[in-house]
Ligand binder design. Structure first.
Ligand SMILES: *Cc1c(COP(=O)(O)O)cnc(C)c1O
Length: 431
């Protein structure tokens, strides 16, 4: 089948699919490097499962209190092995990434402590957790203060500012690996390691937490390999491999995990309770698939960067730079650009392709947000999805793709929609 034939069945015009195919053919070397990294990560996952004797019995769930849940306890050891940490908490009772982060923070901070973010503003939903935007039950309400040091204009760490902001109350430092809804660069694990060394050089007893959302398996080392005391993430992102229907994880120092477990369940109960119900097969198999699923998402992101940079839009990361998470930001500068892109992604979905997304008010966000996702797991952002807040600079954040062919179709469809709405002119489609 010719390129044009393959894609014309989706209503994509030949000029769009042929342009996209030319861009794609130049990416084979990058894709090879991604496959190599996926291989390293896949082997790490298999080794962690073998070393912890993951067995058929581990796939059975428990109900009620969930005492002696072999599968749950073993999976937590698998995560601890994988992240090279003392312990881990991996639970369906952790409802999402924000919840996992809130859990790690609330359980490891006490009234009078200070939380420091040395990498600028944290992810939108954490503003309410911390109390940057006043919210019921925030850390601020419990007397935990917050200080923030922004990145320098060139994206570097403000070492002087960080030194000055560390004080006797600084208890926990939060470092967000991924850019989230910002256009700053994502931090490599190596840079996170440099920052942690600097901070621990000033105050060794401080607890460093890394918001690892979207970063897992993008590199062959994780922040816990470079000194982070806790790494925290969502199972409906990378480590769930598209199969986990819910869940979050915290991997880290024994004390940190104990604190988190006693907050998640109850003082006195900790990790001992928490039935896994029927989710364990999805948690295990999702983790097993996660390295190659993450690789598909990475390829899709790189493809998008190359397409939209070629067409003159600002893209972060750019078409050639190395990747440290699966998010691709494209700045369209106009609401029409953001809307057209998202509607195209939706139109390429296996589920709900006939739905037309519109900007809407969302809990946790301070502007209307448009979200495109035709997902098997509702809200899963390891599946092909795109979203953007309806505010300057009108950037869209694109992520996921359980398979590379689907990611590719989604990006080509987004371009088709942008051509239809006049945001991109057909005459621009030249390589
Ligand atoms: C997605 C994300 C979160 C929050 O996760 P949810 O599951 O959406 O609550 C936090 N931090 C970063 C960097 C994220 O990408």
């Amino acid at each position: 089948m010719s390129v044009a034939d393959k894609y014309s069945q989706f209503g994509i015009r030949p000029s769009v699919s042929e342009f996209a195919e030319k861009i794609c053919s130049a990416l084979s070397e990058r894709f090879e490097a991604i496959d190599e990294n996926a291989e390293c990560c896949q082997l790490k996952v298999i080794k962690a499962m073998q070393d912890n004797r993951a067995s058929e019995a581990c796939l059975l769930g428990t109900t009620g209190y969930g005492y002696n849940d072999l599968g749950r306890d073993t999976l937590e050891q698998v995560y601890a092995s994988l992240f090279h940490t003392e312990d881990a908490l991996v639970r369906p009772q952790i409802t999402c990434g924000t919840h996992a982060l809130a859990l790690a923070l609330f359980s490891n901070l006490r009234p009078g402590d200070e939380l420091l973010s040395p990498v600028g503003k944290p992810y939108d939903t954490l503003e309410e957790v911390i109390g940057i935007r006043p919210s019921q039950g925030s850390l601020a309400e419990y007397g935990v203060t917050y200080s923030q040091v922004d990145l320098l204009p060139d994206g570097g760490f403000d070492y002087e500012g960080i030194r000055n902001s560390i004080n006797e109350r600084t208890k926990l430092v939060t470092i967000q690996r991924s850019k989230g809804y910002q256009t700053r660069p994502t931090l490599s694990v190596k840079r996170i390691g440099e920052l942690i060394s600097f901070i621990k050089g000033i105050k060794p007893e401080v607890t460093v937490m890394v918001d690892n959302c979207y970063g897992e398996f993008v590199e062959d080392i994780e922040p816990s390999d470079v000194g982070a005391d806790m790494v925290v993430g969502s199972l409906i992102k990378n480590p769930g491999g598209g199969l986990a229907p819910i869940g979050g994880y915290i991997a880290g120092k024994k004390k940190c995990i104990e604190n988190a477990a006693h907050r998640l369940t109850s003082p006195g109960l900790g990790k001992e309770v928490g039935a896994s119900l029927g989710v364990l097969p999805a948690f295990y198999q999702g983790l097993f698939l996660a390295p190659t699923v993450t690789a598909s998402a990475l390829k899709s992101a790189i493809f998008a960067a190359n397409i939209y940079e070629k067409l003159g839009f600002a893209v972060v990361p750019n078409s050639t730079e190395s990747r440290h998470d699966i998010i691709q930001a494209v700045t369209f500068g106009t609401p029409e650009g953001v809307i057209g892109f998202c509607q195209g992604i939706q139109a390429a979905a296996p589920i709900d392709s006939f739905v037309v997304p519109e900007p809407w008010e969302m809990p946790g966000y301070d502007a209307d947000v448009i979200m495109a996702a035709g997902a098997f797991v509702s809200g899963s952002s390891i599946e092909l999805s795109a979203d953007g807040p309806m505010k300057e600079p009108y950037a869209v954040y694109f992520q996921g793709g359980l398979t590379w062919p689907h990611g590719k179709l989604g990006i080509i469809m987004s371009l088709e929609y942008l051509v239809r709405s006049g945001v991109v002119k057909e005459s621009q489609l030249v390589v």
